[in-house]
Write a protein that binds this ligand. Structure first.
Ligand code: ATP
Length: 280
């Protein structure tokens, strides 16, 4: 299938004096063994200390981008993370700098929520060293932040999908990294917990962390993210602030779905209203 041409691509947004980006990506190509490349010659800067949402249709390469930025798949091209080549980070040092939460993580059998969250501390511990007060404090604080105190001693296997997702996010928070890469962190959550996680992402960025999350809800992304990256067919098609990027023509093209975009009177952010394709 030939790639769909994307019309009405928003022009690059003037950025003025920008500090060093968290990620500086040049000529990145990446994919999976024996398959055509998924990411094709990408160039991208992701701002530090901001919450970036990565959007785009199913299969366009969002997870692959997060995997490549986290050093988890083979790639060509250059990725600088906080000013240093990704290849130059020793494994543990990278794990103390960057946490990656995959779309469908697998918990070890029988593990409790607290012990899963404590696994987030592994990059900070040497082998066989007992847990320190700092480790347990980081885990307890992450459990509280995700409202999991009463479930801390439950097996992860007995949690609902949404509770489990919050347990994984708590593990990521306990890892206490500057960069957090979250692949669809809200996919199993009810609306209140979605808002809570996205608000947490926004707060983490305000506290000086860099959060990059793959999301599907455009309106929630526009409400909470500082920066938007839109992908289609393995390429970056637009980057910028939510109101700059999320315009009607562009979204209709990228998602192949007519929609309307109105402005939230309270926040000034775009609200995306998909049209019913059956309506003439
Ligand atoms: N482990 C894998 N091995 C081979 N191909 C893969 C693998 N993971 C993903 N792909 C392929 O790479 C392409 C991009 O997939 P990716 O998961 O990055 O898309 P996505 O934008 O995150 O999709 P979604 O929104 O559905 O999660 C797809 O064609 C997919 O089939």
């Amino acid at each position: 299938m030939s790639p769909t041409p994307i019309n009405a691509t928003p022009p690059p947004e003037p950025v003025g004096q920008t500090p060093q980006p968290a990620f500086r990506v040049r000529n990145l190509s990446a994919g999976y063994p024996g398959r055509p490349q998924v990411l094709k010659d990408l160039n991208l800067d992701l701002p530090a200390e901001k919450f970036t949402a990565v959007l785009g249709p199913n299969g366009c390469g969002k997870s692959t981008l997060l995997l490549a930025l986290s050093g988890l798949i083979k790639r060509t091209g250059d990725i600088e993370v906080l000013g240093m080549d990704l290849h130059r980070y020793p494994g543990r040092s990278l794990a103390r700098t960057l946490s990656f939460l995959p779309q469908t993580p697998l918990a070890p059998e029988g593990i409790t929520v607290r012990n899963l969250v404590l696994r987030g501390r592994e990059p900070h511990r040497s082998l066989l060293r007992p847990l320190t007060g700092k480790d347990t404090a980081a885990a307890e604080s992450a459990l509280v932040r995700m409202h999991l105190e009463t479930l801390a001693d439950s097996p992860v296997s007995e949690l609902s999908g949404g509770q489990r997702q919050r347990a994984w996010i708590a593990m990521t928070l306990a890892q206490d990294t500057h960069l957090l890469m979250l692949d669809e962190p809200t996919s199993y959550l009810d609306i209140a917990h979605q808002v809570e996680i996205l608000s947490t992402c926004s707060t983490l960025a305000a506290e000086g962390r860099t959060v990059v999350a793959v999301l599907h809800d455009l309106t929630l992304a526009a409400r909470f993210a500082d920066h938007i990256v839109v992908m289609a067919n393995g390429k970056i098609t637009a980057t910028g602030s939510p109101s700059h990027v999320l315009n009607v023509e562009f979204l209709t093209d990228v998602f192949d779905l007519p929609c309307r975009v109105i402005t939230d009177p309270d926040t000034g952010t775009p609200v995306i209203l998909p049209s019913d394709p059956r309506t003439p």
